[in-house]
Ligand binder design. Structure first.
Ligand SMILES: *Cc1c(COP(=O)(O)O)cnc(C)c1O
Length: 357
């Protein structure tokens, strides 16, 4: 607290990221990073971008990257003016809140969801309502039948890993033709259908994605959004009122190379999906109840006699980090990111020993 802080600063409730320990002794299964490194091609592009040209500003429109993303989604008739890029999808989301979701009526999002949404609402002074997930942790369109200034949720949802069908997303779009519906697809590549397929048809849909998870580039900080050109133009107005050169030369080069390197992307995400499908029944054999996941993590409840918080601590003592949320309705769950198969085997063995104790 300081008398020099603005009123808004006093009122903030900042996002608390998962731990990023400085030492590397941990098996890190707590922040949904990709366990596999970016491809040699991507690293080479980043390296090449770090030349004498760094004295020059980067392209404020990041045209090369926007075009690569449009080409990648050409089958959905995405064009360059349907693409917005930003310095991480958190930043893309921030611009979305200001440009499209701040209205007199409340913004709606699930009570159990990405915990950054209420943080942005406070920062930008946006009125919001949290809509409880069903008892089975489902997002149900009928629960959102009320006046609103917009709706946002991740698909698959985090931290549950549960995905909605495109049909259900269409229900939202048709029931709220005068609201922008934002689908945060941070985890879509691990097993859900992308709503980008619906962007041509629905002028009120905006889809965000990130290079951080499925593309192994959390440290590069690149995200994007796809929507009707009018929504994108609104996003550009906000971005160019805040940070015109949002993406560095390295970020533009690395992200563009990643989009063009379809082979290692496909390979990687399939490996992670396979690991998830292998690990889920093994956790169940240990007595966990695991919510079927479409993401690169599972949300799992420890067997009777063990609390999630205790288990989180015990794993940490054994140098394994998972995510524990001390929050209503989910304090009995652990969110476990998919690591390499070796890392997951170590996790299972460690859990076996802890639970046998
Ligand atoms: C990780 C995550 C993001 C943010 O991704 P960055 O591009 O790294 O900022 C956004 N939404 C959800 C649901 C996430 O889990």
């Amino acid at each position: 607290m300081s008398k020099f802080w603005s009123k808004r600063t006093h009122e903030l409730d900042p996002y608390v990221p998962g731990e990023q320990p400085k030492n590397t002794q941990y098996i890190k299964l707590n922040t949904n990073e990709n366990p596999y490194p970016p491809s040699a091609q991507v690293l080479q592009s980043i390296h090449d971008a770090s030349s004498g040209d760094l004295r020059l500003y980067s392209d404020p429109n990041a045209d090369e990257l926007k075009q690569a993303i449009a080409d990648y989604y050409a089958k959905y008739a995405v064009e360059k003016n349907n693409v917005f890029v930003g310095n991480s999808s958190d930043e893309v989301l921030a611009h979305t809140f200001v440009a499209l979701l701040k209205h007199d009526q409340p913004l709606l999002f699930p009570d159990i969801s990405y915990s950054f949404y209420p943080v942005y609402c406070r920062l930008f002074g946006i009125n919001y309502q949290m809509i409880p997930l069903s008892d089975h942790f489902d997002i149900q369109p009928e629960d959102y039948s009320r006046t609103n200034g917009g709706i946002i949720f991740p698909n698959p949802n985090a931290p549950t890993g549960k995905a909605l069908s495109l049909q259900t997303i269409e229900t939202f779009l048709t029931q709220h033709p005068d609201s922008v519906i934002v689908i945060d697809e941070a985890y879509v590549d691990f097993g859900a259908d992308t709503a980008i397929a619906l962007v041509r048809q629905y002028k009120n849909l905006l889809v965000t994605q990130t290079f951080s998870k499925s593309r192994s580039l959390a440290g590069l900080r690149v995200g994007f959004a796809i929507a009707d050109a009018e929504l994108i133009a609104g996003m550009e107005r906000v971005k160019n009122s805040f940070h015109p050169y949002a993406l560095s030369r390295e970020a533009i080069a690395g992200a563009t190379a990643s989009i063009k390197d379809a082979k290692s992307f496909e390979n990687n995400r399939q490996k992670i999906i396979n690991t998830r499908e292998r690990i889920t029944p093994l956790l169940e054999q240990l007595g966990f109840s695991v919510i079927p996941s479409s993401a690169n993590f599972v949300f799992a409840k420890p067997p009777a006699g063990h609390t999630a918080e205790q288990l989180y601590q015990q794993l940490k003592q054994q140098n394994i980090l998972v995510r524990y949320f001390n929050a209503p309705r989910i304090e009995q769950y652990l969110r476990i990111t998919m690591g390499t198969d070796d890392e997951m085997d170590t996790l299972l063995e460690t859990l076996r020993l802890i639970l046998a104790d």
